[in-house]
Ligand binder design. Structure first.
Ligand code: ATP
Ligand code: MG
Length: 363
């Protein structure tokens, strides 16, 4: 799939922007703080209705204004699709084909993106929260059902935690009713994530094996806080373990187990990636990103749009070349950089955009 055009009104430092993209490689060049990441962020927002940099949507509205709009026209195998998002102080309105969508799961997934930014270098050694977010963002785009299971899970989790905080006399019968709902949605979330991790591992290992000159295999493992041996017993085990944690949860006034506490681990040749060298680490992340692209294609029928924010400078020449070689002909790619000198192995067929103080000029 590819994004033909984007229009921004009062988004960050863009008062008005309307620009057409190449279906292949697009490069945003400019000095620091001119608005390169802001465009990448706007494309990401249009796909996911959230920013990768902040939880506070208000920050995205131009300082002097009260609302912003992002509009785009995306080409998919099934045809062209206009997308629009407007944020005002009353909230956000997302439209597909000019029609307002009430459910997030109806909107997300129509335009898919894979982002590779310097923050991703924290994915392996950073907090578990980042790895859960990584799975949630990808699964949310690949499987609309995942978003509803996850949002139902989060809803019950919030209810359970509020109940635990609201009273000193917890009714364990009522708590068990919540346990059952939590385990129902939670085991679905875990099942989706297990499938995702299995499939991602196959693709990521292929890439890493090639990048490491056939020296290293990688493996990913989903680490659930729920103990189970067989998927058919997952929900029952979930319920039992919630129950055996009642006293602890009542004391701590929160929910100690469930997919909100799960994690993902990585290993290289069987050894935890926590111990890997910087070079191995970068190859692993690169393999993972390229695997995401392939997985999106397998699962949705369309390649995602690839957003590379400032990452080329994080990769040495060899890994830059691997990345650019790995990007298939039909993966529309956006790269930000302060200078073309940083980039090695660029194809001929590219479109350059000069970014300066919230304006964009093409060559
Ligand atoms: P770098 O090369 O350092 O990554 P960049 O070109 O990616 O720079 P951006 O992060 O896209 O920079 O843009 C930063 C600029 O956007 C800053 O000048 C900042 O003041 C401005 N900016 C951020 N939020 C807003 C906003 N809500 N309204 C107006 N301007 C904003
Ligand atoms: Mg930037």
């Amino acid at each position: 799939m590819w994004l033909e055009r984007i229009e921004l009104t009062n988004y960050r430092n863009y008062k008005e922007l309307s620009t057409d993209f190449s279906a292949k490689l697009n490069i945003f060049i400019g000095q620091n703080a001119q608005g390169k990441t802001n465009v990448i962020e706007a494309i990401y927002f249009l796909a996911l209705t959230r920013s990768h940099r902040t939880r506070f949507d208000k920050e995205l509205i131009n300082f002097d204004e009260k609302s912003f709009t992002i509009s785009g026209l995306v080409h998919r195998t099934s045809g062209k699709l206009p997308l629009d998002i407007t944020l005002t102080d009353k909230g956000r309105v997302c439209k597909l084909n000019h029609l307002k969508q009430n459910k997030l799961s109806d909107y997300i997934g129509k335009m898919t993106v894979v982002l590779f930014a310097p923050e991703d270098l924290q994915l392996i050694k950073g907090s578990p929260n980042l790895r859960r977010k990584f799975m949630d963002i990808d699964l949310g785009q690949i499987k609309p059902l995942y978003l509803s299971d996850l949002s139902n899970y989060n809803h019950v989790l919030k209810q359970r935690n509020s109940y635990l905080k609201s009273t000193d006399k917890v009714d364990t019968v009522f708590l068990s009713v919540l346990d059952d709902q939590l385990a129902d949605y939670g085991s679905r979330v875990i099942q989706h994530r297990l499938d995702f991790v299995d499939q991602l591992t196959i693709e990521a290992d292929k890439n890493h094996y090639a990048i490491s000159n056939q020296l290293e295999h990688i493996s990913l493992a989903y680490q659930s806080s729920i103990k189970f041996t067989d998927l058919s017993t997952l929900k029952d085990n979930f319920v039992k373990q919630l129950e055996s944690n009642h006293q602890r949860d009542i004391f701590k006034r929160n929910t100690s187990i469930g997919p909100h506490r799960d994690d993902l681990t990585f290993a290289i040749n069987g050894i935890s990636a926590d111990f890997c060298s910087q070079g191995q680490h970068r190859s692993l992340i690169l393999s993972l990103k390229m695997a995401e692209i392939e997985l999106f294609k397998q699962q949705t029928g369309d390649y995602p749009i690839l957003l590379l924010d400032d990452v080329m400078s994080e990769l040495d020449n060899k890994r830059q070349m691997k990345l650019l070689e790995g990007i298939k002909e039909n993966v529309q790619t956006f790269i930000t950089t302060t200078s073309l000198d940083h980039l090695k192995g660029l194809p001929e067929d590219l479109k350059i955009f000069h970014v300066e103080n919230g304006t964009i000029k093409t060559d």
